[in-house]
Design a protein around this ligand. Structure first.
Ligand code: FES
Length: 191
């Protein structure tokens, strides 16, 4: 699993042009996408979706870890990026993930009322509602995005989220991009 919180670029003399932390996260996203085996989708008739999961450190990451230590079998298509809180997920992260090779995205955090920062996940929920409209507008099927609550003790729930998302995205097929990585068709509801 990649860890955004431990990925650090070298010392930077100039102030960052992006919001604090965005550069590290962008770097972690690139590393994650690059970690997929090059031949992962080499056989179109045997499409295996690439899915990026943005998860909070306090609940879902621990739940995903529990699923692993409990040896629960699940689809190997998901790469996890750990964030301090699900509220750190900007809609831009999802767009970038799609542009850089993901066919699906999961955003998961603590259950309502359990956020380590009290109300972070409420912000996430509102933000992703807007993101759905944006994806629909640019022509990316919103079923490519899963939003879920998974607590630290719900390894089995994480397994379900991974398997259900993988199966759904597999059915939708690869996300089409043009040569510049641009996604979407400009027609709402199609991918
Ligand atoms: Fe888990 Fe905020 S810390 S959603």
């Amino acid at each position: 699993m990649s860890d955004m919180s431990t990925t650090r670029p070298g010392p930077s003399p100039a102030p960052p042009a992006q919001p604090e932390g965005a550069a590290e996260e962008s770097l972690a996203l690139d590393k994650t996408v690059a970690s997929w085996k090059e031949d992962f989708n080499s056989k179109p008739h045997n499409f295996e979706p690439r899915i990026v999961a943005f998860v909070c450190n306090w609940c879902t990451y621990t739940g995903a870890d529990l699923a692993g230590t409990s040896r629960l079998k699940m689809a190997p298509n998901v790469r996890v990026l750990r964030l301090p809180c699900s509220s750190r997920v900007s809609p831009l992260f999802l767009i970038k993930a799609f542009q850089r090779g993901a066919d699906g995205v999961i955003v998961s955090g603590c259950h309502p009322g359990d956020c380590h920062y009290s109300t972070g996940n409420y912000y996430t929920r509102r933000r992703l509602a807007i993101l759905h409209d944006l994806l629909d507008f640019i022509g990316v099927d919103v079923r490519r995005v899963t939003f879920s609550w998974v607590s630290a003790s719900e390894g089995g729930r994480w397994q379900e989220v991974v398997d259900e998302t993988t199966a759904r995205v597999k059915e939708l097929g690869p996300l089409h991009r043009n040569s510049t990585g641009r996604v979407g068709t400009g027609h709402a509801g199609t991918a």
